[in-house]
Design a protein around this ligand. Sequence first.
Ligand code: C2O
Ligand code: CU
Length: 474
Amino acid sequence: MMQRREFLAAGTGAMTAVLLPQLSRRALASETAEYTLTAGAVPFSPLPGMNFSGLGFNGTIPGPLLRVVHGQRLRATFINQTGQGSTIHWHGMILPNKMDGSEGVTQAAVKPGGSFVYEFSPDPPGTRWYHDHVSNGLLRGLFGMIIVEDPRDMRPDAEFALVFHDVPKMPTVDAAMHGISTAPMLDPLNSPELNDMPPGDRMGDEVAFSAHCINGASYPNAKKLAVKVGQHVRLRILNANPTQTRYVRLAGHRLTVTHSDGNPLPRPVEVDALRVGVAERYDAWFEVSGPGSWLLQGLSSDPLAYEQAAVVYTPGMENAPPLSSPQSLEGVDYFTYVKAAGTTGAMPPRGAKHYDFVLDDGKYGSSRWTINGRTYPNTPRIDVRRNDLVTVRFTNKTDMDHPMHLHGHVFDVTEVDGTALARPLPKDTSLVRANEGTLSWRFRADSPPGRWLLHCHNAIHMMDGMMTEVVYTA
Ligand code: C2O
Ligand code: CU
């Protein structure tokens, strides 16, 4: 049997010799991939007895998995039947600004009954996603994964696209926006989220969830993943939860992480579990260790956590009791940016344009989440000229992590909590640690000109003002 190290090495070397899968060859036959995405009401019932009045694309939560081959064009006709304004944002894509789907910034909301055609060449390749960018559409289910196949990737024996998502209790969303939610934190034991929390802290900003799902269903209804002994399996994982970091673990296996937010890591990293911030994606591989049945789980200390699981099984083991992992990070080697990129003594150099952004507020009873003391649209903007090298350093004064996201660019993470990274880590969303955590980005202003949002992807923080823009000036 091929060892893990060899198979990854083979992946970076002999790629031209590898056949594209059926889907790619079929897709390549046409230059434009055409999709229609109709957003509308979805009565969502991931568990017997649960009825969530959701919104979804083409009648499902999450929306359909879109696949294109890098180099193809995408034409997505969006039809809005939600009864409220809506847009589609293509998270992680570098695309013409007017196709970015940022309501009020790059386009007006598509009105109920209206439509809009999104057309662009999806770039860069990798695991990306699409979602509503108006009010509560994302919270209610308007999201899905899009895979831009990279013909240079090594071929897995099996591949699974997995959207981890949750059903919010909508009244807690409103309470959290006003800083008066009573929902508790439910991160797994020994997670930095829980460990960083000062004792007796009054939260006020947590959203409660009534179900945890993978691809639209809760355990045991989540679709089982059939594998065979010795196969090299690729998982593409998205955390579509609006507020919570997800720890993802497959019992009985280590995971080899190859991509973060769809972008190749400087080198693959082997871990026990993934740590997936809101809106982040990871590609992770494993080699099926032997005959068996194992749970792939989203860990949490929510009593409902076991619901966010899918069975991975080899032939004949479909109904065997699956091996599971404890809902704790005690002794668990999970993915971190530092693990992926290594560290060096020196601090990263500042770009010609440097910004220091202090993330603050969100105190109990507050409905403000700020950048340098202000809420959007009064936050400091980043004005760039073509080809500027921009660095941004975030300092987090709050007691929650912030998944900071930049539209229309891939940035390099260059520093985490005062430690410079040895190799740049290309991402579009990155977690800034709570309680004085810091994190730095570096990016070249070489995207199509326009206005690109920069914001916290925690839906509460974003709606409460933790947002700004990168603006290309003439
Ligand atoms: Cu997932 Cu403003 O984006
Ligand atoms: Cu935030």
